[in-house]
Design a protein around this ligand. Structure first.
Ligand code: FMN
Length: 172
């Protein structure tokens, strides 16, 4: 990770609403030596069980879910969206079930402590899986949520991951 410097949580200056909601992220994990990734724009940074954590939401149908389920850790990677929006859209519409999306998109998979990330990222958050929770009908209080987002019953699972390391690209 020679282009990156490690960032402490107290140095983390990003606006999470903008970073996740507008810039989007990749969620990546490794399974049996292979890596898969999806684009995500829902999730959060926070604190749980006295740990700094991320919350991410992955629908049951996603191929990447199999990877996150198989691995102890996963990464969130963030990009300069002016340059990478098209690739992020591509990886968020195609499934890795058919072919290696990352190879096709021309982004470089590397690993740190056995967790995959992308060399082209501007920010990398390495997360240790702590828990997984199934979202289901019983939990929804706002009656518009289920018909709007789960008409096909493809519910999300929420993963809580402890933030283990954060890396930021040094000025290029
Ligand atoms: C902007 C954007 C945000 C997305 N956010 C999520 C998300 O938070 N959770 C999710 O499960 N899928 C999300 N998706 C959809 C997945 O990225 C998409 O279905 C992807 O093709 C899954 O790939 P896979 O089957 O290789 O895992 C999003 C897609 C886009 C374009």
């Amino acid at each position: 990770m020679n282009q990156f410097k490690e960032l402490q949580v107290k140095e983390f200056q990003y606006n999470p609403f903008d970073l996740i909601g507008n810039e989007w992220m990749f969620i990546s994990a490794v399974k049996e030596g292979k890596v898969n990734t999806l684009t995500a724009s829902w999730g959060g940074f926070g604190v749980m069980w006295n740990r700094n954590v991320v919350f991410v939401f992955i629908r049951q149908s996603r191929f990447t879910k199999e990877f996150v389920d198989a691995a102890d850790s996963f990464s969130l990677t963030f990009f300069d969206t002016e340059k990478y929006r098209e690739i992020m859209t591509q990886l968020g519409t195609e499934s890795g079930r058919k072919e290696s999306k990352m190879q096709k998109a021309g982004i470089t998979v590397e690993q740190v402590d056995g967790v995959p990330y992308f060399k082209e990222a501007k920010l990398v958050v390495i997360c240790r899986k702590m828990s997984r929770h199934h979202l289901s009908s019983e939990g929804f209080i706002d009656e518009t949520v289920e018909p709007q987002w789960y008409a096909d019953k493809d519910y999300h699972e929420m993963y809580i991951g402890e933030v283990v390391k954060i890396f930021e690209k040094e000025n290029e």
